[in-house]
Ligand binder design. Structure first.
Ligand code: NAI
Ligand SMILES: N[C@@H](CCC(=O)N[C@@H](CSC=O)C(=O)NCC(=O)O)C(=O)O
Ligand code: ZN
Ligand code: ZN
Length: 410
């Protein structure tokens, strides 16, 4: 039955209040307006940022809402004026938009986009400042401009990346957030060079993707720091070469790292969201040039501090959103890199090889040596259905879980 132009009633997980179990509801999803796209979400993963907003600690958190921002699906219908995608296209919703026209997009200095951020931060669509979701007439807020814990969602056209239709959506949904964030933190934000020493604080999905990116960039030492020693074994597969558990040391962790590395690491990455660790990550960097990148998201009211002397003496403190990747332009490229790995694991040589070899040039930037392929499957530790979403959130807080992928239309 054609659904174009109709309200769709479907299942979605609604967060009615902070920290209260999500409820699977029959949700009405309005048709897309001008410049909007309605997507049938097929697979969504959970990210710690969903848990953070659900906890009530996100200053932008609004309830009731539909969370979720790491997903893949198929375009169901498009609103007036949408030209870059059409029904049937396979897509990844992007919480970081890319309009290619605003001063951010045109600056060449950032992946942040200003076109719809004022609406996505308050849970509505840009054109009429209204939500497209409701339950029995009660509006439900959008989240991060994506709201993927729903069988159908409506997003702005500038927030949709069209991808290779042969890519497995149950895997590439991860390219909507955590994996690109870690890789991009290394390749785009820090620009780690071959031979560098790197410290990664937090060995969850984001930290492991940092390690993977650092290995691809040719880092000589990749030191993983985590308070859970069970994380260490798995981290070796992602490129971590040494491990430190702060609980095993009496000295501050920054001092431990400085002592291990003849004065400090060249690059460090905080992938936890803990402001004390952010300070340690800066202060374990080498005097004169060490760069620390904040990736973790810290709660409302939390602030970072250090002695200004740390910066006066040449350390650099940076942050990254979505790893600095320009979403609509570069998510399809990340999917292609993943597909190359899939192809290579089935064919020893494929004509697609030449295409992939030239893609980095056609996309305007160079890949670090050895980074032609990226892992995705390796980050998926659990698979459940949308109806089991509360169980999936419980799993996230267990040490063994990296990403749990939910089948949205089981
Ligand atoms: N900036 C961005 O664009 C993005 C930021 N994030 C944020 O990145 C952070 C990490 O995300 P995930 O990897 O999914 O989280 P995760 O919870 O899976 O990983 C965090 C790791 O840190 C470890 N840890 C906790 N406290 C620690 C401490 N004091 N010292 C050392 N290790 C400690 C935990 O054992 C765990 O292994 C979250 O804050 C998330 O919100 C996620 C995606 C995008
Ligand atoms: N509303 C939050 C914002 C948290 C945040 O920094 N989000 C990241 C993405 S985290 C993904 O899992 C981001 O892209 N930030 C840039 C942006 O424009 O939001 C808060 O206020 O803490
Ligand atoms: Zn995320
Ligand atoms: Zn823009």
């Amino acid at each position: 039955m054609a659904t174009q132009g109709q309200v769709i009633t479907c299942k979605a997980a609604v967060a009615w209040e902070p920290n209260k179990p999500l409820v699977i509801e029959d949700v009405q999803v309005a048709p897309p307006q001008a410049g909007e796209v309605r997507i049938k979400i097929l697979y969504t993963a959970l990210c710690h940022t969903d848990a953070y907003t659900w906890s009530g600690k996100d200053p932008e958190g609004l309830f009731p809402c539909i969370l979720g921002h790491e997903a893949a699906g198929v375009v169901e219908s498009v609103g007036e004026g949408v030209t870059e995608v059409q029904p049937g296209d396979h897509v990844i919703p992007c919480y970081q938009a890319e309009c290619k026209e605003c001063k951010f997009c045109k600056s060449g200095k950032t992946n942040l986009c200003g076109k719809v951020r004022s609406a996505t931060g308050v849970g509505v669509m840009m054109s009429d400042r209204q939500s497209r979701f409701s339950v029995n007439g009660k509006p439900i807020y959008h989240f991060m401009g994506t709201s993927t814990f729903s069988q159908y969602t409506v997003v702005h056209d500038v927030s949709v990346a069209k991808i290779d239709p042969s890519a497995p959506l149950d895997k590439v949904c991860l390219l909507g957030c955590g994996v690109p964030t870690g890789l991009g933190a290394v390749w785009n934000t820090a620009k780690v060079e071959a031979g560098s020493s790197v410290a990664v604080f937090g060995l969850g999905t984001v930290g492991l993707a940092v390690a993977e990116g650092a290995k691809a960039a040719g880092a000589s030492r990749i030191i993983g720091v985590d308070i859970d020693s069970k994380k260490f074994d798995r981290a070796k597969d992602f490129g971590v070469t040494e491990f430190v558990n702060p609980k095993d040391h009496d000295k501050p962790i920054q001092q431990v790292l400085v002592d291990m590395t003849d004065g400090g690491v060249d690059y460090s990455f905080e992938c936890i969201g803990n402001v004390s660790v952010m300070r340690a990550a800066l202060e374990c960097c080498h005097k004169g040039w060490g760069t620390s990148v904040i990736v973790g998201v810290a709660a409302s009211g939390q602030e970072i501090s250090t002695r200004p002397f740390q910066l006066v003496t040449g350390r650099v403190w940076k942050g990254t959103a979505f790893g600095g990747f320009k979403s609509r332009s570069q998510v399809p490229w990340l999917v292609e890199k993943y597909m190359k790995k899939v192809l290579n694991s089935t064919n020893s040589f494929s004509p697609a090889f030449l295409l992939f070899a030239f893609l980095p040039i056609s996309h305007g930037f160079l890949l670090p040596k050895g980074s032609q392929e990226i892992k995705v499957d390796e980050y998926i530790t659990h698979s459940l259905t949308l109806g089991e979403i509360n169980k999936a959130f419980d799993l996230m807080h267990e040490g063994g879980c990296l990403r749990c992928v939910l089948e949205v239309h089981p």
